[in-house]
Design a protein around this ligand. Structure first.
Ligand code: MN
Length: 277
């Protein structure tokens, strides 16, 4: 398993600043979350895309790409917004090919609580259509496309519970990013591994108390990470473990804690993304 970290908009760091920080943590992988305004511009401007590629290539990390999720909704009933969302994620897949990232993760989106529950069926049809296009593009470009499990929300979630994820993954033919913190707001984390182990290609780690999606440092909430990592080990998962904590001190503490917990099971060589396809 390779240890990684993800940037987040709340950190308010430049890309170079974050990659310098990750270098100090001695992790092998960085998951680039594209929602930072200076990264979003790479989706529409060639010059900016090249500048970011140059920065990324000047560091010695493996990279994965987290497609934008802010304002993005593949489940929108508004086809103009839905198509713009699909296009944004498609551009993120193109960006991944530019920086030689082999894995992209995307959120699925939600149906607003203001719609009647019956509309979930139509919303799911829309989601599946978008995700199939994105999965096909990924397949043609040698990228592993994964969807991430959602957390508890007042809106109608379509990819939160293991059954929902299984349905989408089978319909679309994509892979799964297990977000352990999100899972903890909805069901027993082990249930996700029991049902979806063969599809997991990426794992996000952060803590919470089971209610809010707080992205706390590992150990600051109620998740038993030793137990989670042991269960994950039993599934023979060998992919990235990406710390997705929303503070720089929290990222640092969490990486230290994971090193202690995992010891030799971490691949720090940075040589190869060990992903099952
Ligand atoms: Mn996540």
């Amino acid at each position: 398993m390779m240890l990684g970290v993800a940037n987040s908009t709340g950190l308010n760091m430049s890309l170079t600043g974050f990659l310098d920080f990750a270098t100090g943590l001695k992790v092998g992988l960085v998951e680039i979350k594209m929602d930072e305004p200076h990264l979003l511009s790479a989706l529409s401007k060639t010059k900016q895309r090249r500048a970011i590629r140059d920065i990324v290539e000047s560091f010695n990390f493996k990279y994965s790409v987290h497609a934008p999720y802010i304002d993005i909704n593949l489940a929108s009933m508004n086809s103009v917004l839905r198509k713009a969302s699909e296009k944004t994620i498609l551009r993120s897949l193109e960006f991944a090919t530019n920086i030689d990232a082999k894995l992209v993760v995307s959120h699925v989106g939600r149906l607003s609580r203001d719609y009647p529950k019956e509309m979930v069926t139509q919303s799911l049809k829309n989601v599946i259509s978008c995700l199939r296009n994105l999965a096909n593009f990924s397949k043609n470009h040698g990228i592993i496309f994964s969807i991430e499990n959602d957390h508890k929300s007042n809106d109608q979630i379509l990819a939160g519970y293991p059954e929902q994820l299984m349905f989408l993954i089978e319909k679309v033919g994509c892979k799964f990013t297990l977000d352990v913190g999100h899972a903890n707001t909805l069901a027993r984390i082990e249930t996700f591994m029991d049902m979806l182990a063969e599809h997991i290609v990426n794992v996000h780690l952060h803590d919470n108390n089971g209610e809010q999606d707080a992205h706390l440092s590992l150990g600051k909430g109620k998740i038993n990470f030793s137990a989670v990592l042991e269960s994950l080990g039993k599934t023979e998962y060998k992919g990235p473990l990406v710390v997705e904590v929303h503070s720089s001190s929290g990222l640092e503490e969490s990486v230290t804690l994971l090193r202690k917990t995992l010891g030799k099971r971490i691949d720090s060589s940075g040589n190869q993304h060990s992903l099952r396809v």
